[in-house]
Ligand binder design. Structure first.
Ligand code: IMP
Length: 204
């Protein structure tokens, strides 16, 4: 049973300034102020879970228990079923220490080819697990998903990560070719937020 959020601010359990900004913008219409974990000097826990949900929950719980306030965490990534779900929870790590997503996108193309799979048009989806943690260790986790197909070579100057190879269902352009206002409503993150907003309002 979900708990109602009664406070006007939430700790965002991320040290990534871009992610904190994006989450703050999604929380604003709900009348909730977002405060980044880095601003509070909270430590970043290791992502030891083997699912998006487990990693989001462990980050939310760690921030909520350390700060004594409700905390929100997300964990996201790209899933390619033909690659047995890779890169999945390792999506950030596939870019290497230099965080170069050309490396990660090339690896997807290479592994699809090596497995004899269709490359352009391969099914893929983004997942975002969002977890709302409470200082007593309780937490609520929801998941949002955006389905699409892959295309190579990568296209478009916008977005981040795997955006240039992902074509959402029903569209011809990649996320990388879409300006933020066009991509935003189609994302796994927005879909996860819709569910959280429902929890906030209904408390069910
Ligand atoms: P996290 O910060 O551990 O959740 O890692 C998520 C990784 O998944 C990011 O580094 C991105 O590469 C990838 N990712 C998540 N959401 C998106 C998106 O909307 N577009 C492109 N890549 C994404």
């Amino acid at each position: 049973m979900a708990r109602r959020l009664t406070t006007a601010r939430l700790i965002v359990a991320s040290h990534n300034a871009g992610k904190v900004r994006e989450i703050a913008a999604l929380l604003e219409p709900l009348g909730v102020e977002a405060v980044g974990a880095a601003a509070l000097g909270l430590a970043e826990p290791e992502e030891t879970g083997d699912t998006f949900v487990a990693n989001a929950a462990l980050k939310a719980r760690a921030a909520a228990t350390a700060s004594g306030e409700p905390a929100l965490a997300d964990d996201s990534g790209l899933v390619v079923p033909a690659l047995d779900g890779a890169p999945g929870i390792y999506s950030a790590r596939w870019a290497g220490p230099g965080k170069d997503f050309r490396v990660a996108m090339n690896r997807i193309q290479r592994e699809l080819a090596a497995g004899g799979h269709e490359i352009v048009g391969a099914a893929a989806y983004f997942i975002c697990a969002l977890s709302l943690g409470w200082p007593d260790g309780d937490c609520e986790t929801v998941e949002g998903r955006a389905d699409g197909t892959l295309t190579f070579p990568p296209r478009g100057p916008h977005g981040f990560g795997y955006d240039p190879i992902f074509v959402p269902d029903g569209r011809a352009r990649t996320f990388g070719e879409m300006p933020p206002e066009e991509k935003q409503p189609l994302t796994h993150r927005a879909r996860a937020f819709e569910q959280l907003a429902t929890l906030f309002r209904s408390g069910q």
